[in-house]
Design a protein around this ligand. Structure first.
Ligand SMILES: *Cc1c(COP(=O)(O)O)cnc(C)c1O
Length: 251
């Protein structure tokens, strides 16, 4: 995917405009799919951008920001603590020994991928007296390099997650294959939706797997066509990043 053609937004007005453009594309994708745009949430992904810059995003209307790396996110949360209604969504792989950071400040976590991590989060959330919305990350691309559990492991993990009172399991997340082959990308999204549907039938009582976090700057319209309820958009709002994707998920 060519990431170089997203210009950097440098003012509140430019950010507002980029967000409005993306929202209009989301609305159109929903209309094309016969879906209600209210079902799809835009999650702006602000990784690599410094806290002071994120004040512009806040001024442009953002009230939740997605971050891949927990320590970067935790740092920004501290620097922006005066923005009391700004919420944080951690969307990247998390080592168990860093669960304490997520428990401290995040509202949402999209990359749950083991029972051990669920235990650590639940324990830390109890200490902080907080709750966390979580999504289970699924590797739908079959690529070794991508994080997330394999689809076959999902029923067991979902069944086990019922016991954690501090975790609110909301659904599934995936990173589609990074490919120019649209049908291969679509296949990843279809797989996530079908898996969610089959898991809902066996989920512990009270667990509603409504969320499908899928779609990024390059493929969110396709994801919406296949049922996405959260699209994670970075570069199309904030501009191209210098770091290659391999900085966030190993190649
Ligand atoms: C960075 C990131 C995104 C957003 O990617 P863009 O290409 O900037 O839209 C989505 N999901 C995850 C997990 C990310 O780390």
């Amino acid at each position: 995917m060519d990431h170089t053609n997203f210009p950097e937004a440098q003012t509140i007005e430019q950010l507002r405009q980029n967000i409005a453009t993306i929202q209009a594309r989301i609305d159109q994708a929903c209309a094309d799919a016969g879906r209600d745009p209210q079902e799809v949430r835009l999650l702006p992904v602000s990784k690599t951008h410094p806290a002071e810059y994120l004040r512009l995003a806040y001024a442009a209307g953002c009230r939740m920001l997605g971050e891949n790396k927990v320590q970067e996110a935790h740092q920004k949360w501290q620097e922006l603590e005066d923005l009391t209604d700004l919420k944080w969504s951690v969307i990247g792989h998390l080592q168990t020994n860093k669960a304490k950071y997520v428990a401290r400040f995040a509202s949402e976590f999209h990359a749950l991928d083991s029972l051990r991590l669920a235990q650590a989060l639940d324990q830390r959330l109890t200490i902080e007296d907080r709750y966390l919305d979580v999504l289970v990350q699924i590797n739908t691309s079959g690529e070794e390099s991508k994080y997330g559990i394999n689809p076959e492991q999902a029923p067991e993990l979902i069944a086990q997650l019922g016991e954690f009172s501090r975790l609110r399991v909301r659904g599934l997340m995936t990173l589609a294959m990074n490919s120019a082959d649209r049908e291969a990308v679509r296949g990843c999204f279809i797989q996530l939706r079908e898996l969610r549907d089959s898991l809902q039938a066996i989920a512990p009582a009270g667990m509603q797997l409504t969320e499908l976090s899928m779609g990024m700057s390059g493929d969110f319209e396709l994801a919406i066509a296949e049922g996405a309820t959260i699209v994670r958009i970075g570069q199309a709002i904030f501009g191209a990043r210098e770091q290659p994707d391999s900085y966030y998920w190993p190649k």
